[in-house]
Design a protein around this ligand. Sequence first.
Ligand SMILES: Cc1cc2nc3c(=O)[nH]c(=O)nc-3n(C[C@H](O)[C@H](O)[C@H](O)COP(=O)(O)OP(=O)(O)OC[C@H]3O[C@@H](n4cnc5c(N)ncnc54)[C@H](O)[C@@H]3O)c2cc1C
Length: 499
Amino acid sequence: MRMPTPDAKVIEKRSIIIESLQRIVPRGIMGENVIVDQAGLSAYECDGLSAYRQLPLVVVLPETKEQVSEILKYCNNAGIKVVARGAGTSLSGGALPLADAVMLGLGKFNRILDIDYINRAVVTQPGVTNLSISEAVSASNFYYAPDPSSQVVCSIGGNVAENAGGVHCLKYGLTTNNLLGLEMVLMNGDIIKLGGKYLGSEGYDLLGVITGSEGLLGVITEVTLRILRKPEMAKAILIGFDNAALAGDCVAEVIGAGIIPGGMEMMDKLAIEATEEFVHAGYPRGVETLLIVELDGPLVEVTELIDRVIKIAKLLGSNYIRVSKTETEREGFWAGRKAAFSAIGRITPDYYCMDGTIPRKRLPEVLLRINEMSQKYKLRVANVFHAGDGNLHPLIMYDANKTGELERAEDFGAEILSLCVEVGGVLTGEHGVGVEKRDLMEKVFTEEDLKQQQRLKCAFDPNGLLNPGKVFPTLHRCAELGRVHIHGGQTRFPDIPRF
Ligand SMILES: Cc1cc2nc3c(=O)[nH]c(=O)nc-3n(C[C@H](O)[C@H](O)[C@H](O)COP(=O)(O)OP(=O)(O)OC[C@H]3O[C@@H](n4cnc5c(N)ncnc54)[C@H](O)[C@@H]3O)c2cc1C
């Protein structure tokens, strides 16, 4: 993986940068807000894509949006790169540090600011975990729909930056469909507000632009989310099949019949066995492929839809059907699915999680070809994914200590993603591009497409200092891409040298 060459001049000036950051973000009651020592920095050296590691230049943990604004203004004026970080669970290397960049951690933005049931909205700071939102409104029978499997730890800010999804996004949409507004600090220190507790807004859909922007456009400091009433009833069905092709057909038939399940997930044998061994979710041993299908809504509707789904599954030759009888049992089925990545982590030294999306109809053929690739690369692969959305998560197992295995895993991953594009899909469903898929972007976009996307970045960050090296395979200077208005004039920090 090729990253921008670190700026030696910035690295030389590290002590001046540290002093400046310490002035902006003084020591708080919980201790130092600027981390400079090797041991402290190593906690930030990677995100969920742990094959890549790099110590950041320095970590700063601001507590207010005004501090974020001052930090960004300072870095902008001094030409220092900035990488924002939420909980560091990104699987595409979006939060991978740079040797010459300040890492700006949002961990101290950890308060829910407002719960508004009348407007069905929650206003929160970005460092709050995804699950905390649902927990905060659960007693009043509400919840926040997007539920990534990492929801216990991942932050709402990171969810917006990656447009995170989850097992219930088939029916309720990804983060972008559940986001009402946000506050963001631009690289020049300006604080902007987009959207709010209402539907739609005038002008360009900038909320849509920011969602999934992977920390390249600004630092999110507040988020307004839509919350939903819990459905009257939800039941999950486990449906087993002899082979993945039949399970794929079942997914297509159910959705083709006009049924949109709350969630529709698929696991292959390896994933089922590893998960059952780990969490005892009640999955059947011995089936080749398992679907978890959840139906939710009013009782009569759920009862009817369960019958229809079971009928379709039986017609296709399902060899195992079990409907959850209690809420605890239903939650158990999902607990297994959500722990599946960790379960695979127990049976292999390392795994590489892919995230391509394909048209649902092509599922059987794509799964078959992934198995063929597994033999070609001599690496095991487990499949556990959002089948209803056609969002694949093949987990390629490897051992980084064995020479050449990481490289083989990467080649295998790239071939899977190329296959997704070949069958009419895209490189990412929910994990973002980051560094992982950056060099494959040219498979989907033309050079002109990518330049136009970079022009948009230039409008927010004309000096290209926010999270460089991520998403775009080639970094163009904004000046090369055409005229962009760059704020000039007196800097707020005339005493700070530009490096
Ligand atoms: C076991 C496991 C399971 C997972 N399951 C899912 C899943 O089901 N669905 C799914 O979508 N993802 C999943 N993920 C991936 C990951 O949890 C999500 O991408 C999540 O949204 C990242 O949030 P984070 O707070 O950890 O962000 P980080 O990893 O810290 O950052 C991710 C990106 O967001 C940027 N960023 C973070 N905070 C801000 C901010 N405040 N302002 C601007 N930019 C910011 C960073 O610069 C980086 O580019 C999983 C990860 C793991 C490890």
